[in-house]
Every structure is written in C-alpha cells, then in structure tokens.
Design a protein around this ligand. Structure first.
Ligand code: 3PG
Length: 214
C-alpha cells in the first residue's frame, strides 16, 4: 500500500493535469477543482508559473493533493520537492531521475510519491528493477491505449498504471475499468477555455459531473 493508494481510497481516481499560464489562476482553479471533488492536481512545469503555482496551491488550498508534472531532470525533481509537491510525475524515466529518486528516498528527505512514465515493456522493466511498480503510462492513447494496458497485465500482473495522454471525457471510464489501472489523468479535466475565462463555477460543475460518473 503506497501513499497513492491511500489518497485513492479517499478520492476519485482522477488526476487533473494542469498547465498554468497565469499565476493568478492557480489558487482559484485548484479551489474550484477541489470543490468539484477532484483532489489530485498535477501542475506541469511546462510554463514558468508551474513551480510558483505548486507552492501557492500547497499553502492555500486545503484538500488539494498537489503534485508536479513534466519532471525531466534531477533538478526539476528537487525543485518540485522544494515547492511543496506531494507527488512527482515524469513523462519518462532516465538514469539521472532514478538516481535522484533513490538519493532522496535514502536521505528520507521527502515522503511523496514518484510516478515515472513508461511507453514500452522494456522501460516498464527498467522502472520495476528500480523499485517502481506504480507507473504513468504515457502517451497512453498514442501507444495503444486500453489494448496496450490489457496486454501488459499478462506479463506484468503486479504493475499498476495511471494512464495519461489523449484520454478524454469519452473514454476515461474505459481506462478506469481495467484492473491494472488505478487512476486516469489528463488535461481534459480542466477545460483551458474555462480557465482563461476564469469561470471557476463551471469548472466546479464539470468536475462534479465527472466525479458523479466514476
Ligand atoms: C501529461 O503530461 O500527462 C499529458 O500531457 C496529459 O495529456 P493530455 O493533455 O492529452 O490529457
């Protein structure tokens, strides 16, 4: 049982992948999602506002479980921890990230969750060898989607996945129905138009509707 399992026992298995362009959107958007029952918030470091957004959400949004996404280097990993991330997500897994994650763990510096990304059986096996059995499957729809995840359940029965990438309102339930999928994520949980329009009430309403369907 990992911390991710604990969170998933308390909230719906959905991770909102968020790109913050304007730092002033971070806190109201996170509050709107939490009010809609979406608690796992992955703020990507794709924009300069990413780290500051994580910091503000972790300090000002009770109920949010905030993580950092698009972690590609050991320095990103450290920055994500310093900003207050409770989980870290990477699109892949490099030797430098494995080393950093192991160092941080050995130093008992952080008690969060690292979800490395995999796209092939060999990458999955490298991740398992490094001690990771809960993995992001990315970019899920482009590399085979549900068919791939079903196929992996044969040789890798102990590995659990959080698929992201190309998942939508139309198919997230199909992913969640797979026994080796513990949560699904993506940018489809936060409509970027609503974010740009600062329509927090509608973001909450949509989150509630998605939640109800899970
Ligand atoms: C991610 O980083 O997980 C993806 O970019 C999310 O993919 P999506 O935008 O297709 O949902």
């Amino acid at each position: 049982m990992t911390k991710l399992n604990t969170w998933l026992s308390q909230t719906k298995p959905l991770i909102a992948v968020i790109v913050i362009n304007d730092i002033k959107h971070a806190v109201p958007m996170a509050k709107a999602l939490v009010a809609g029952g979406i608690h796992l918030l992955e703020v990507t470091l794709r924009t300069p506002a990413g780290l500051a957004a994580i910091k503000q959400i972790s300090q000002h949004v009770p109920g949010a479980i905030v993580g950092a996404g698009t972690i590609c280097t050991a320095q990103d990993y450290q920055n994500a921890i310093d900003a207050g991330s409770q989980f870290i997500v990477s699109p892949g897994l490099t030797p430098a990230l494995i080393e950093k994650a192991q160092q941080v763990k050995a130093a008992k510096q952080w008690d969060g969750i690292f979800l490395p990304g995999v796209a092939t059986a060999s990458e999955l096996m490298i991740a398992v060898d490094a001690g990771f059995t809960q993995l992001k499957c990315f970019p899920a729809s482009a590399i085979g989607g549900e068919k791939l995840l079903k196929a992996w359940s044969g040789p890798f029965p102990d590995v659990e996945f959080c698929p992201t990438g190309g998942i939508s309102l139309d198919n997230y339930q199909d992913y969640l129905a797979l026994p080796n999928v513990i949560c699904a994520g993506g940018s489809w949980l936060v409509n970027s138009e609503l974010l740009d329009n600062e329509d927090w009430a509608e973001i909450t309403q949509r989150a509630l509707a998605i939640n109800k369907a899970v």
